[in-house]
Design a protein around this ligand. Structure first.
Ligand code: UDP
Length: 470
């Protein structure tokens, strides 16, 4: 009898432990600009007592663990991506396709395994909006579902309107743009050219169709989720949040605001550049970085290199090992370049970008306008020179230049080249007109106020935690 009571007590204790706190399984889209903010959000939740198991593809998991600086507050787990070992893991479209076949079953198994073990039961699946199938798993398993949007609210509003653009004959059912025009989203909102739609400026027809289909699924994610959160701040884009009032701003998600190290990098950060920045005059350095995907053809790369030389200012330039389309044996720089710029230019393969942009030596940011880079720039009051390539980068460029007036666009010549003279002139114009810096400083205030005690993003974050605990 006594033995039986002992077993019962143990069981009761285990039951209590398993229900003691919420446990989120978080799943990012497997790209750098998606992993970093979701991991940042997860770390902030963990700081508030929520348990998080963060699921990466095996390939990304290995890279992230290798590049990790310091301890992780969350459990890092991995699942196979469904691609064969010889298939290219950086081909996102292939990965997205493969993931949706293999991962739902694996995710279900993972959740069942966690629930069968000694730790806390999984109470919520939080997935990137692009990972709609994870939210379907949550529905099937009867647990909470959260959709996470890592980009601007304006981008989400635009993409959720795709069915409307089909109805209006602007695009067809395959995503092919039928009308070349500007899409005006409203007052104080970015203007989009239809040719710059997220899917329309990437690769060939097959790729465009695959991405278009993925975009159409965003509406499913939005419907499946009981909560949708966005890495932005209300005051940065109030009109966009009016269009999608069910999406809650909880950003900007920055490692510095929780006094932690940036987590989720695919490459190790070269922190020596921070010491180099310490030696540069205040507000003097041009920081040049194009995120994790952008590649350069040799002519454009040399043109940018020459522009930085012509500018006669100190510069810090992130040149990833895969930045150039030339093979790695060729020297991508103009002849004698590295010796000529050695005294005032520094190239690194991956920077601690958030810390770089917070450094007082930085004067401006030459950026591809990925949303994370955009947020990190403006959260530090840094004006931006915009060099967008694809995806949501044109929307972000329009925010920066047309709406916020915190930056300038580059013009291309008749050969589609951004010349060294154009780059040098725009750097001078940006740094010569005080208004750009003033606008960027105002944006910094909006961004930082929102995440402070009492700010809109902070309130949403606290309400979100209460809901997780309910
Ligand atoms: N990043 C970094 N070091 C670098 C370049 C980029 O840590 O040298 C980070 C940057 O801070 C941002 C992310 O990588 O958080 C890039 O995301 P973004 O949305 O700007 O661009 P994407 O890589 O998705 O095109």
């Amino acid at each position: 009898m006594r033995k039986h009571l002992g077993i019962e007590k143990k069981r009761e204790k285990k039951r209590e432990r398993k229900m003691s706190r919420p446990h989120i399984v978080a799943i990012p889209y497997p790209a750098q600009g998606h992993v970093i903010p979701l991991m940042e959000f997860s770390q902030s939740l963990a700081n508030h007592g929520i348990k998080v198991s963060f699921v990466n593809t095996e390939y990304n998991h290995k890279r992230i663990v290798k590049a990790l600086a310091g301890e992780s507050l969350i459990d890092l787990v991995s699942l196979p991506d469904g691609l064969e070992p010889w298939e290219d893991k950086s081909e996102l479209e292939q990965i997205s396709e493969a993931l949706k076949w293999i991962m739902p079953g694996k995710l279900e198994e993972l959740i069942e395994k966690i629930n069968g073990g000694d730790g806390e039961n999984v109470t919520c699946v939080m997935a990137d909006h692009h990972i709609f199938w994870a939210l379907e798993v949550a529905e099937k398993m009867n647990i909470k579902a959260v959709a996470f949007w890592p980009a601007a609210a304006a981008s989400l509003a635009l993409l959720l309107s795709v069915p409307k653009y089909i109805d209006e004959g602007i695009v067809d059912n395959d995503g092919t743009v039928l009308k070349s025009q500007n899409v005006d989203m409203g007052t104080n909102m970015p203007t989009m050219k239809t040719k710059d739609f997220v899917w329309a400026c990437i690769g060939d027809f097959t790729m465009q169709k695959m991405i278009f289909d993925l975009m159409l699924k965003l509406n499913s994610s939005q419907k499946l989720a009981q909560r949708a959160v966005c890495n932005s701040a209300h005051d940065l884009e109030p009109e966009a949040f009016t269009l999608i009032p069910e999406v809650l701003p909880i950003g900007p998600l920055l490692a510095s605001s929780r006094q932690g190290n940036l987590a989720g990098n695919f490459w190790p950060q070269d922190s020596t550049c921070l010491e180099w920045l310490d030696q540069q005059p205040l507000s003097s350095v041009i920081y040049v970085a194009f995120g994790s995907f952008t590649v350069f053809d040799p002519t454009q790369f040399k043109e940018l290199a020459s522009a930085l030389e012509l500018s006669e200012r100190p510069f810090l330039w992130v040149v990833r090992s895969d930045t150039n389309t030339t093979d790695s044996i060729c020297d991508p720089y103009p002849e004698g370049y590295l010796e000529r710029v050695a005294s005032r230019g520094l190239m690194v393969s991956w920077a601690p970008q958030q810390k770089v942009l917070a450094h007082p030596s930085i004067a401006c940011f030459v950026s591809h306008c990925g949303w994370n880079s955009t947020l990190e720039g403006i959260s530090n009051g840094v004006p931006i020179l915009c060099w967008p390539y694809f995806a949501d980068q044109f929307i972000n460029e329009s925010y920066i230049c047309d709406v916020w007036k915190a930056g300038l666009k580059f013009d291309r010549n008749e050969s589609e080249l951004i010349t060294k003279e154009e780059i040098k002139n725009k750097v001078e114009q940006l740094l010569g007109v005080e208004e750009f810096k003033e606008s960027a400083s105002k944006l910094k205030e909006f961004a930082m106020t929102s995440i402070k005690e009492g700010g809109q993003s902070n309130k949403n974050f606290n309400n979100f935690i209460e809901w997780l605990q309910s």
